[in-house]
Design a protein around this ligand. Structure first.
Ligand SMILES: Nc1ncnc2c1ncn2[C@@H]1O[C@H](COP(=O)(O)OP(=O)(O)OP(=O)(O)O)[C@@H](O)[C@H]1O
Length: 269
């Protein structure tokens, strides 16, 4: 029996794929200073988005607003389909558990061991028995590329690169859907930064993460980002590296065509 396709039959509606982060008409003000003015952004599930812009252009503030840590003056931010302005305490906590954050300085608790730092979000957000929480921490330490004995150490006993990995392990503790990184390779030497980039890319692929990464590191942008969001003129322009290379906006042109931009592109040729 041959199968026929009936083009006149009503077709099942295509599922609408909503972005995991959706920002509309965002306005951010501190006193008389306007940082964002009518900013729009969509981040799709499973992509690595690099966020760049001049110093003070509002990259970190945008990240904090998406996480609900700073309230914008106007506009709408949806995170994983939820309007972040409109959440109960429980909904906010549930959403928090689906996002992992790696702040610039690592932000580990210095009085706790690495393992205790990683166990903290698991204790706060799950009812897992302590033995299992310890086991999860051990797994996260391993996937962040740290040796098993790192778990028993205090953050002060680790190198800068290891602190970043420990903070990454903590950010991944609850198996988040979205990983937010604020300048993850800042302060690392080029080899350490390259290794960290590779780790992020590998984890993103194997865990199916969406990654929102604020960075100044052109190598990271070129090697691991699917798209790049540039904060200019209080708004965002999103595109691929090729699209930004063709953008005549002066800041974007200077950034991607400057010596560091050229070096980063050639390094990956
Ligand atoms: N809590 C705050 N109160 C007042 N002003 C703030 C606050 N947080 C940030 N700002 C201001 O908002 C602007 C954007 O800050 P933000 O930290 O987002 O910049 P950035 O793009 O991340 O810069 P950099 O690349 O230098 O880290 C800056 O002018 C900063 O001084």
């Amino acid at each position: 029996m041959s199968e026929t396709v009936a083009p006149d039959l009503p077709t099942t509606a295509q599922p609408v794929i909503r972005p995991v982060i959706r920002v509309r008409d965002l306005v951010t003000r501190f006193g008389t200073q306007t940082v964002h003015d009518g900013l729009d952004l969509d981040v799709q599930a499973g992509e690595v988005l690099g966020v760049v812009g001049g110093s003070g252009s509002g990259k970190s503030v945008l990240l904090k607003e998406i996480l609900g840590l700073i309230k914008p003056a106007a506009g709408r931010i949806e995170l994983l389909g939820h309007d972040t302005a409109d959440l109960s305490r429980d909904e906010r906590a549930a959403l928090q558990a689906r996002t992992g954050v790696l702040f610039q300085n690592g932000a580990l608790f210095s009085s706790m061991t690495v393992a205790e730092n990683i166990m903290l979000p698991l204790k706060e957000h799950t009812d897992l028995p302590l033995s299992l929480i310890g086991e999860v921490a051990r797994v996260k330490i391993a996937i962040a590329g740290l040796p098993p004995d790192a778990g028993a150490k205090q953050p002060s006993q680790l190198s800068g690169g290891m602190v970043k990995r420990a903070a990454l392990a903590r950010a991944l503790a609850l198996d988040p859907a979205i990983l937010f990184l604020d300048e993850p390779t800042a302060g690392l030497d080029p080899i350490g930064a390259g290794a960290f980039d590779t780790l992020i890319r590998d984890l993103q692929r194997s865990l199916g993460l969406t990654v929102f990464m604020v960075t100044h590191d052109l190598d990271s942008l070129v090697t691991i980002c699917d798209r790049i969001a540039v904060l200019v003129d209080k708004k965002i322009r999103v595109g691929t590296l090729e699209q930004h290379l063709a953008d005549p906006h002066p800041w974007i042109h200077d950034y991607f065509h400057g010596p560091r931009g050229r070096a980063a592109r050639h390094a990956t040729d």
